[in-house]
Write a new protein. Structure first.
Length: 135
C-alpha cells in the first residue's frame, strides 16, 4: 500500500532534494562546457567484455542534454528512467520552498517488496537490451 502524506513545514527546512538540485546546478554547466570531463571507460566491460547495467549511461546523458530522447533511450533505457526519477526530489524540494509543504511517499512492507521486484526486473530487462544491442 502506498500512502502519500503532506506535512506543513518551514520552507527553509532541509530537504534531500536540495542536494540533488545543487548537484544539477554544479554539474550541468560543466557538462555543457566540456561534455567529456567525467567520461571514463566502464571497468566491468573492460575486464569481462559484458556490459554492466550502467553501460551507455554517459552517451545517454549526452543525448538527454541535447534533448534527443530516442538516442538516449537507445543507449541506456534504464538511465532515462533513472534521470526522470532523480528529478523528483529536486521538484519536491522546490515545492516545499514555494508552498511550505513536504510531500512524503510511504510504502508498507508489501509495497517495498513490490518496488524492489519492479526495479530488479527493470535492471534485468535493461541488461538484456544492452546485450542484444552490443553496447
Amino acid at each position: 500500500m502506498v500512502k502519500i502524506c503532506v506535512q506543513h513545514v518551514s520552507p527553509s527546512s532541509f530537504h534531500s532534494g536540495w542536494i540533488v538540485l545543487g548537484l544539477l546546478l554544479l554539474v550541468l554547466p560543466l557538462l555543457l562546457w566540456n561534455p567529456y570531463i567525467f567520461a571514463v571507460p566502464c571497468p566491468i566491460k573492460t575486464l569481462t567484455q559484458f556490459p554492466c547495467p550502467t553501460c551507455g549511461s554517459w552517451r545517454s546523458m549526452m543525448a538527454l542534454l541535447r534533448l534527443d530522447l530516442a538516442t538516449a533511450f537507445y543507449y541506456n533505457p534504464l538511465f532515462v528512467l533513472t534521470a526522470g526519477f532523480a528529478t523528483l526530489p529536486a521538484a519536491a524540494a522546490l515545492w516545499q520552498w514555494r508552498r511550505g509543504e513536504r510531500i512524503q511517499i510511504i510504502l508498507d512492507k508489501r509495497g517495498k517488496i513490490a518496488m524492489r521486484l519492479f526495479f530488479s526486473t527493470l535492471i534485468i530487462i535493461n541488461e538484456y537490451i544492452l546485450l542484444s544491442r552490443g553496447i
